[in-house]
Design a protein around this ligand. Structure first.
Ligand code: HEM
Length: 180
């Protein structure tokens, strides 16, 4: 999904490549450098907002709990619609459907005004244990691709995100890669 969005928004592909080349040149990305990638991180967050791989997930409350005016008996299955939260206009503004990595230019808490409105990895004590690993892995893959290739969507691409367990492009995302 990230590569697709960088094809559709070439200006962000250019900005991300500039950053990657500034930080690593043609050297292999290392952990310290990956932590300094700001533009790439903004792009990743915005991609996770628009296309959260886990669009909904469930939680079961162990004991009876009061939630605002609701009283939930024990063992109720709660479905958390992360994708609806990510597209909520009250939380994100009228441009919620647009790809705008600049929302995250000052980090997640600024982008969300301190609310729990960005939840691609869940939230609270059971937040995804692999989130840092997943972010590092994605940054490394993107950095290595950006160092060596420019890319655009193949004309055969059809935009058809589908959720079967995780959100992914239904017909794949064929890219045309050009060696730099
Ligand atoms: C982009 C990649 C990933 C996304 C979007 C993601 C998303 C999530 C979400 C939403 C949850 C919470 C589910 C719930 O509350 O029911 C979760 C939990 C979890 N994730 Fe991930 N995840 C990702 C990558 C990974 C990776 C790479 C690992 C392992 C290396 C991992 C391991 C786990 C584990 C073990 C839990 C359960 C934590 C617990 O219940 O205490 N995830 N993940």
């Amino acid at each position: 999904m990230d590569d697709d969005l960088l094809c559709l928004h070439r200006e962000w592909q250019v900005r991300a490549r500039e950053e990657v080349l500034n930080v690593f040149g043609n050297e292999k990305p290392d952990f310290e450098g990956l932590s300094r990638l700001k533009i790439v991180t903004m792009i990743l967050y915005e991609t996770l907002r628009l296309f959260p791989p886990a669009p909904i997930y469930g939680r079961r409350n162990k004991d009876e709990v009061k939630l605002g005016e609701l009283s939930l008996p024990a063992e109720v299955l709660l479905i958390i619609p992360a994708i609806l939260v990510h597209y909520n206009k009250e939380l994100w503004g009228e441009d919620t459907k647009e790809f705008k990595p600049e929302r995250f230019s000052e980090g997640v808490s600024k982008a969300t005004n301190g609310q729990v409105s960005f939840i691609p990895f869940g939230w609270g004590p059971r937040i995804c244990i692999g989130q840092n690993f997943a972010m590092m892995e994605a940054k490394m893959a993107i950095a290595m691709i950006l160092q060596k290739f420019s890319f655009e969507l193949s004309p055969s691409y059809t935009h058809a995100p589908v959720a079967v367990v995780a959100i992914h492009p239904q017909y794949g995302a064929p890219l045309l890669m050009r060696k730099l």
